[in-house]
Design a protein. Structure first.
Lengths: 616, 146
């Protein structure tokens, strides 16, 4: 009973032990187990007591078996690391500390076992090995060597990599002086000497890109680092690394050279070159492009888009092109564009946009190349204008030749015919009649010649210079000259032209034109109403347009439109009509580089629009 | 000369109606005078422009009177010129083949092309003559179109 109580008390105490503990008897059966131990191995308590440890944890390793047996023989266990493989679960490492279990009489009655979960530790061990390997691997891959200087012993230690980098044999023993002498004479050696001195005496670590000359005489770029180390605040030496960056450095230098070459090239090109990102922001512009944008430094253009420099319409078109090129990956080649900058200056370009692909083949932006063809375009424009003027003049000339020949021929034909009659005519009275007709024909011919001469004068008189004249003032003066005529016809003139409107015109021609159109408006007035003449002016495309609208008979332009301004063309049964007024008007307007257009509704009235050229 | 003309005169049939459409009184006078001397005809009507002539022809058609068999047509006239007249004339319901002599002082090739155009388009006989018309020519172009 007593014994029983003892065991229960023991049991109760052991259950609560703060470590995973198990008591095994000589048969290695479980006598007591702490709750933690049971929990550790995930047993349920009832199933543990009395069971053999080898059954519970099958299999147990030979090492553990031996260690437990040693304990039964009175030896302390040496500690065993046991791996338990849970069903397909992760490996579970436990460390077993075994000690013999004595009773009061110092008899061994079993083994007391403490287990500790050591997964973390076990995993760490191969890790640190791995780390070391990794470090070594890294150091050789990255060409980083290390070194150490012991100040007390005045010795310098180089690792294999460092020796490798200096191309010295493995048994080479460096010292501080030889170490420094490997640095290239001049800048590199001076710098390292100073840095090492400062590290030693002032405790300043360093990292510097320098050049060494190896034992085999090869020049190499390296990054040298160094750092003082202290023990109990006392300086005891230096540690540092030594990195071979020769290849990178050479590549860098080459890249820099290439970049410089490229930069010089694109800046000297007589082309505008730019690179844009996906948002059409400029990420590179050359000098020509900078000049075009009116900027001094590339930084002023970078990150900006066409919207910052060009007018909105141009910028929009450009952006659309960019998107097309970047989305479809198809270059836009030699497109003619006219860019208008915010200040209004126009430049014509022949532009190509080529999609720019990144290393992964994806489009990252575009390269643009523009050739300034403004001079060419201007010349082309000049040429085209010249051709237009020439062909227009040629047309006018041919037209005039026809007019002349037709009008002269019709009179001479009459002469010829009348003379033929006269020669064979015997009747005196008829003879006199024929002579009268000849005189009449002669008068007509003379009048025709005068009219034609007037046209020639208009078209050849280069001495008459255009002047800046007030439209309203001239209209007033014509109105005054015609005042009697207007009054007799009950005509009303409504002028809505602003007083300050000025035009470039030859005063005499303007008077003629106004006089003629005013007269026409009255002459072809509607019998049903009093004539009203309305005057107004607008500006459009470099022209000041004078509109003269009447409420007269109107004219069927479908029928007569092409003849309206022809010579000797009349359209109404009007005895006074000679068919010369509008013909001269048109010639005078055109002689001032203007034009004249008409619109008319039969029975309602006619509008003449005279376009006065503002430029020339 | 006189004999020759007389011979042609004999050979020619009497023409019922001749139209002269021209705004130049001297030309009208000349053509009339030449016709008087060389052609036998019943009536000559003269019109100062195409519109007047067209109105005249329409009046003749509605009154079922004799339509003109020969027309002398000027090109450059006010209101309605020779071409506009032709445009309207060739669509009139006239079955008889009318001789239309264009008489013009124009040497513009465009006018010549227009003549060809109307000549092809119409069943009437259209001739192109440049002024001045000579007495010797007049009889030949005043024959009835067959």
């Amino acid at each position: 009973m007593m014994n029983r109580t003892h065991i229960d008390t023991n049991n109760y105490l052991i259950k609560q032990l703060p470590m995973a503990t198990v008591f095994l008897n000589k048969k290695l059966e479980v006598v007591y187990a702490s709750d933690l131990w049971v929990k550790e191995f995930e047993f349920t308590n009832g199933k543990v007591i009395g069971k053999k440890i080898s059954d519970l944890l099958q299999p147990i390793s030979k090492d553990l078996k031996k260690d437990l047996k040693d304990c039964l023989e009175g030896n302390f266990g040496i500690g065993v690391k046991e791996c338990l493989n849970e069903k397909d679960g992760p490996k579970k490492w436990t460390e077993w500390t075994n000690v013999p279990w004595y009773d009061e009489k110092e008899n061994i009655i079993g083994v007391i076992v403490q287990t500790e979960h050591i997964n973390q530790k076990i995993n760490n061990e191969p890790n640190s090995e791995r780390l070391q390997l990794l470090l070594k691997e890294k150091s050789s891959n990255a060409n980083i060597g290390s070194w150490q200087f012991d100040a007390e012993l005045d010795t310098l230690w180089w690792c294999d990599m460092t020796k490798n980098l200096h191309e010295v044999p493995a048994d080479f023993i460096p010292d501080l002086d030889t170490g420094i002498e490997f640095y290239k004479d001049g800048y590199s050696r001076n710098t390292i000497s100073m840095l090492v001195y400062r590290a030693m005496n002032e405790g300043i670590p360093y990292k510097e890109k320098l050049q060494i000359v190896t034992a085999k005489g090869n020049e190499k770029w390296i990054i040298a680092t160094g750092k003082p180390i202290y023990k109990n605040d006392k300086y005891i030496g230096l540690v540092g690394t030594f990195q071979d960056i020769n290849e990178q450095e050479l590549i860098n230098r080459k890249t820099n050279e290439n970049e410089l070459l490229l930069r010089t090239l694109i800046d000297s090109l007589p082309l505008n070159v730019f690179v844009k990102d996906l948002d059409s922001r400029k990420i590179l512009v050359n000098k020509s492009e900078l000049d075009f944008l009116g900027l001094k430094h590339e930084s002023e253009a970078l990150g900006k888009t066409d919207f910052d420099f060009l007018n909105k319409k141009n910028a929009l078109i450009g952006r659309e092109e960019d998107i097309m090129v970047m989305e479809n990956g198809i270059p836009l080649l030699k497109k003619e564009t006219t860019n208008i900058k915010k200040d209004g200056t126009k430049t014509s370009f022949l532009t190509s946009k080529i999609p720019l692909k990144g290393a992964n083949g994806k489009i990252t932006g575009l390269v643009g190349i523009s050739l300034d063809i403004s001079d060419l375009k201007n010349k082309e424009e000049e040429l085209r204008n010249l051709i237009n003027v020439t062909s227009l003049q040629n047309k006018k000339l041919v037209n005039f030749a026809h007019i002349v020949s037709h009008n002269l021929r019709s009179h001479t034909a009459n002469f010829s015919m009348l003379l033929e009659f006269l020669v064979s005519e015997k009747d005196e009275e008829e003879k006199q009649n024929l002579i009268n007709m000849l005189v009449e024909a002669s008068d007509h011919l003379l009048e025709t010649l005068n009219n034609l001469n007037e046209v020639v004068v208009i078209n050849t008189n280069v001495n008459l210079k255009k002047q800046n004249i007030s439209l309203t003032k001239n209209i007033k003066s014509v109105e005054k000259n015609l005042s009697e005529f207007l009054k007799n016809n009950n005509a009303k003139v409504i002028n809505t032209i602003e007083a300050d409107v000025k035009i470039k015109a030859i005063p005499a021609y303007l008077d003629n034109i106004l006089m003629n159109l005013f007269t026409n408006a009255i002459m072809y007035k509607s019998p049903e109403r009093d004539p009203i003449i309305k005057l107004s002016s607008t500006r459009e495309n470099g022209y000041t347009i004078l509109s003269i609208t009447d409420n007269g008979l109107g004219i069927d332009l479908k029928k007569y439109g092409d003849k309206l301004f022809g010579m000797y063309k009349t359209f109404h049964n009007n005895a006074d009509a000679k068919g010369i007024g509008l013909f001269l008007t048109k010639n005078q307007v055109e002689a001032m580089n203007g034009k004249i257009t008409t619109s008319s509704v039969v029975g309602k009235g006619t509008t003449f629009n005279i376009h006065f050229n503002e430029d020339n | 000369m006189e004999r020759e003309l007389h011979l042609i005169y004999i050979l020619m049939k009497t023409i019922n109606s001749i139209f002269i459409i021209d705004d130049d009184p001297i030309t009208v006078f000349g053509i009339r005078k030449m016709l008087d001397r060389t052609v036998e005809f019943k009536t000559i009507s003269t019109y100062g422009n195409g519109k007047l002539a067209l109105d005249g022809i329409i009046k003749v058609l509605t009154n079922e009177k004799a339509i003109p068999e020969v027309i002398f047509l000027d090109i450059n006239m006010p209101i309605m010129d020779g071409w506009q007249f032709l445009e309207e004339f060739i669509v009139l319901p006239i079955e008889e083949k009318v001789r239309i002599n264009i008489v013009t002082s124009s040497i513009d090739p465009a006018d010549y092309q227009k003549w060809e155009h109307y000549n092809d388009k119409s069943h009437h006989l259209i001739t192109f003559n440049t002024k001045p018309i000579k007495v010797s020519q007049i009889a030949a172009i005043t024959k009835l179109a067959d």
